[in-house]
Design a protein around this ligand. Structure first.
Ligand code: FCB
Length: 451
């Protein structure tokens, strides 16, 4: 397999999942500090207070990434570090990202910066959080501050990571911070997250700076071929994928999805003001594609019957248990779905695509200082083949980022799911490069064609 010249080979992390040092240099609390501190929200009562201590060990971690042969690092900036109260800039907090970016550049690693990977300053949640329209404006201010500080060195920008999860898991099912359980509220939050993306992109995108957002796609695979199955798949695909993609591509919210969610009290429709969809349609330079697994969907005869589907707005469908082979998380492994997803996205727009997250958790063991994670090597091999197939079929894919550089704090699952290319012993902070890390690095090096 050869990949196009200039292809970015990277690994991704997110601030709250790796940084730790939650009180260092004036960082304010985020919704994840609050959520993780509450009883029963995170498995084992785990928090990101220490995580991988990346805040202090970033130089070592970037050294390992560069040593593998990867040429890009996708990381996120912690808003509560840069603005402890969500509004006022903290120079020491910002300085951390200065050091991080300089370290990356000194090792010829391209920084790919995500502005929001779910750690909203708690002060802004107290003021209403994402269901409050003002949060989008606060985000635009924050984005401008980070851009002013790092824009001379950072060319690749991602505004928001996975607005679906931030809205529907944070404010709908409540399994993520801030733990609100109200689907009307989640729909409004989703709109404001997209608005935040649009406001920042409109203000900051320009020559020399590429802007993007990262959407998590779960292609819907119906478990039968009846019209009812097709309808179930349409509904799931609508709210999970098209509801976010269409407005970003300038088509506004898809009408069928708006109709599906109408019975949700009309708060969503009221939240969308004149001109909002134009803001959300601010041109981007590439689309971040986060892909883990498809959803197997089936119709439910009784639309009100309890279902496995996290979104009650999608009445009448159920999400089935994933068929094997599964990852340790219980997620399906379906590389061919990645090929069809990339092909489908290419049919929707001419935007370059970057696989901004793809990876798998497995149970790993350090034996004699090594981690032979054959299942993960296989996972990456199959998914890289899938990306390569999509490119061969005409998709304009410009990069691939493994989730994750390091084993880390996996949100509600605490430290139970290891996704890293690098194993982390959370007792000692010892790093051990896994076989999968070496494998990905070898593929990257073999394909390190100049631009
Ligand atoms: C994605 C998140 C990322 C990580 C992976 C496993 O949805 O963006 O932070 O948790 O899942």
């Amino acid at each position: 397999m050869t990949f196009p010249a200039g292809f970015r080979w990277g690994a991704a992390t997110a601030s709250y999942q790796v940084e730790g040092a939650v009180a260092a240099d004036g960082r304010g609390p985020s919704i994840w500090d609050t959520f993780a501190a509450a009883d029963g929200k995170v498995l084992g009562g785990a928090t990101g207070a220490v995580a991988c201590d990346h805040y202090h060990r970033y130089a070592e971690d970037i050294g390992l990434l560069a040593g593998l042969g990867l040429n890009a690092y996708r990381f996120s900036v912690a808003w509560p570090r840069v603005m402890p109260d969500g509004r006022t800039t903290s120079a020491p907090g910002l300085a951390f990202y200065d050091r991080l970016v300089d370290e990356l550049l000194s090792r010829d690693v391209t920084p790919v910066l995500t502005l929001y990977h779910w750690d909203l300053p708690q002060a802004l949640e107290d003021a209403g959080g994402w269901p409050e329209r003002d949060t989008a404006s606060r985000f635009a201010d924050y984005a401008a501050v980070v851009h002013a500080a790092l824009g001379d060195r950072v060319r690749q920008w991602t505004t928001v990571n996975e607005p679906f999860c931030a809205a529907f898991l944070g404010y709908g099912s409540g399994v993520h911070a801030p733990g609100v359980q109200d689907h009307d509220t989640a729909l409004v939050a989703a709109h404001h997250l997209l608005l935040a993306h649009g406001l920042a992109t409109r203000a900051l995108a320009g020559p020399g700076h590429e802007f993007s957002l990262a959407l998590n796609f779960a292609p819907a695979i119906p478990d039968g071929s009846s019209p009812a199955h097709a309808e179930a798949a349409r509904k799931f695909d609508g709210i999970h994928n098209r509801f976010f993609l269409d407005p970003v591509l300038g088509r506004g919210y898809p009408e069928d999805v708006v109709a599906d969610v109408e019975h949700h009290g009309g708060r969503f429709a009221a939240a969308v003001r004149d001109g909002d969809t134009d803001v959300i349609a601010a041109p981007i330079d590439w689309l971040g594609v986060n892909y883990y697994a498809p959803a197997r969907v089936t119709p439910l005869e009784d639309p009100l019957a309890p279902s496995n589907c996290p979104l009650p707005a999608l009445r009448g469908l159920d999400v089935l248990p994933a068929p094997p082979p599964l990852t340790a998380f219980g997620w399906e492994q379906s590389p061919s779905t990645l090929t069809s997803l990339l092909k489908w996205l290419s049919s929707q727009s001419n935007l370059p695509l970057v696989v901004a997250e793809n990876g798998a958790s497995f149970v790993d063991q350090v034996v004699d200082g090594r981690v032979y994670d054959a299942a993960r090597v296989n996972y990456f091999m199959e998914h890289l083949r899938a990306v390569h197939d999509a490119i061969r079929l005409g998709a304009d894919v410009r990069g691939y980022f493994a989730w994750s550089l390091l084993d880390n704090f996996e949100w509600a699952m605490g430290y139970t799911q290891r996704f890293g290319l690098i194993h982390v012993d959370f007792e000692t902070q010892q790093r051990t490069v896994k076989e999968s890390g070496r494998f990905l690095g070898r593929v990257a090096k073999a394909n390190a064609l100049p631009d």
